[in-house]
Ligand binder design. Structure first.
Ligand code: AHR
Length: 506
């Protein structure tokens, strides 16, 4: 047993986890957009992951993979951010419209120098959103673009008729405008999006935002490029200088302990595992600090916080192309997903969107593809099990549970939870046990509501590094759960080690 685990075992002994849920106190609705996704022109996220082109032998509808389309529909994806990431500030949208054979190519300098042929552009993206029933979130080019270029893109996508850009759109085969609400004014403008200082970016934002107009009843929700992790000054300066000119401000937080030594996605020690969850949960402190700054300038909470990039970032899988950020996804990633979503739900009064990076074949993805094969990752299954929380009322609760000390002096609770009540009045509870060895007994009460029974599903695996691959796509999949018992209107749940359980209360 390592020093770390010895310390943990001796420090924090609490036999039973007690969760008291207070349904009457529920007031905040969990924004469905917390379940947002992110698709960048990076590696095989778009090409191969979502899009194979109309002439592919891989079964497709108008160029989109059928298997992926179905999986995304099943997930109830609410919003999809595109085209980057860092790629967004290198992207010139006019290169991605019109006949495909005329579209110019470019070198994707951020991501491995791959040649981008622009065959997936504005029409292909916005039509995809319509097909899977989600809202688009366009990330505009501020770093290497111009105000005119972004203003015209908005016009192209959303103007009804009469304008030059609406005319061009019609010539390219789309009569009606799309509905585009979310518009990012740059991405990581402090880094790959232009290396700006917050004071300078604030002015740039104001300038761009002025010319991105609302056409024909389409109302833009403009998102300022926000801070990374612990850069509280960035948030402070933007709140001070942009204020209500922005509808939202973003935050990027990746679960990486050491950027120079990220570690393998599948080959890790128990200490690495607990350390990862410690870093993952630190997002709560980071969010609280950014929110505290926002509260100072915007006590009515009219400006939203959008965690529009989050998730795990591991070493690229051996044998894959450098710069394509292709990584496997284990039960550890599933727990990072459930724990992060639990945190976002708690702060949903301010957090109105989150976009996990990324939807396919990149970082902590939902889906992995290889030619005509597709696997759903453990993270996908968490999003699917948790989708009941979308637009449900968050139910506050008190929790008492054992804690564990992990790397970098962090202390993390062994059990994490969310409780919500959906539009039909049904209560859903999700529980995660991060302990690798021990089951956790959880006693749940719901004030004056007497529980009659419940149904549930569980996601767990024999080993924490278990994952789904093209030969074994179903190693980590949800199964029926029968570890909950009802007695005197209260619920006792036995959570196996490293498990995620989703319960529906009767
Ligand atoms: O998601 C991968 C990259 O991470 C994005 O392009 C960038 O915004 C961030 O640094």
């Amino acid at each position: 047993m390592s020093m770390m685990l010895l310390l943990a075992a001796s420090l924090y002994a609490q036999e039973t986890t007690v969760i008291a849920i207070h349904p009457q106190d529920g007031k905040n609705v969990i924004s469905k957009n917390i379940y947002g996704q992110f698709a960048e022109h990076l590696g095989t996220c778009i090409y191969g992951g979502l899009w194979v082109g109309e002439n592919s032998s891989i079964p497709n509808t108008n160029g989109y993979r059928n298997d992926v389309l179905q999986a995304l529909k099943d997930l109830k994806v609410p919003v999809l951010r595109w085209p980057g990431g860092c790629f967004a500030d290198d992207y010139h949208w006019m290169d991605g419209i019109g006949p495909k054979e005329n579209r110019p190519k470019l070198v994707n300098s951020n991501w491995g120098g791959t040649i981008e042929d622009n065959s997936f552009g504005t029409h292909e993206f916005l039509n995809l959103c319509e097909m899977i029933g989600c809202e688009p979130y366009i990330s505009g080019n501020v770093g290497s673009g111009s105000v005119e270029e972004l203003a015209k893109w908005v016009e192209y996508m959303t103007a009804e008729q009469g304008s030059p850009m609406a005319k061009l759109r019609k010539e390219n085969g789309r009569e009606k405008p799309w509905k585009v609400k979310y518009l990012g004014i740059g991405n990581e403008s402090w880094g790959c999006g232009g290396s700006m200082r917050p004071e300078y970016y604030s002015d740039i934002y104001r300038r761009y935002a002025t010319y991105c107009r609302n056409f024909n009843g389409n109302r833009l929700f403009k998102v300022a490029s926000g801070a990374s992790d612990y850069d509280y000054n960035w948030t402070e300066v933007l709140m001070q200088n942009i204020g209500r000119r922005m509808s939202g401000i973003s935050l990027h937080y990746y679960t990486v302990s050491n950027w120079n030594r990220k570690g393998s996605a599948t080959n890790f020690t128990n200490d690495d595992y607990y350390g990862t969850l410690g870093k993952c949960l630190e997002i709560e402190q980071v969010i609280k600090k950014h929110i505290a700054i926002m509260d100072k300038y915007d006590p009515e909470k009219r400006i939203a916080l959008l965690v529009d990039e989050w998730g795990t970032w591991w070493d690229e899988e051996p044998g894959t192309i450098r710069g394509h950020l292709y990584q496997q996804n284990t039960m550890r990633d599933a727990l990072v997903a459930s724990l992060s979503l639990d945190v976002f739900h708690k702060y949903t009064e301010r957090i109105k969107m989150a976009n996990i990076a990324q939807i396919a074949n990149v970082l902590q993805s939902m889906i992995l593809t290889k030619e005509d094969k597709m696997v759903l990752t453990p993270t996908y299954h968490v999003f699917e099990m948790y989708k009941v929380h979308q637009e449900a009322t968050f139910l506050p609760f008190d929790i008492k549970c054992a804690k564990i000390a992990v790397q970098e002096d962090r202390v993390v609770p062994l059990v994490s939870a969310t409780a919500s009540k959906d539009k039909d009045g049904v209560i859903h509870i999700s529980l995660s046990n991060i302990d690798l060895q021990k089951a956790q007994t959880v006693e749940l009460s719901l004030d004056n509501i007497k529980v009659k029974g419940c149904t549930g599903r569980i996601l767990t695996s024999t080993n924490i590094n278990d994952h789904n691959n093209f030969d074994h796509p179903n190693t980590v999949v949800p199964k029926a759960f029968n570890g909950a018992k009802v007695q005197n209107g209260k619920l006792t749940v036995t959570l196996p080690p490293k498990s995620i359980v989703a319960l529906t209360i009767n």
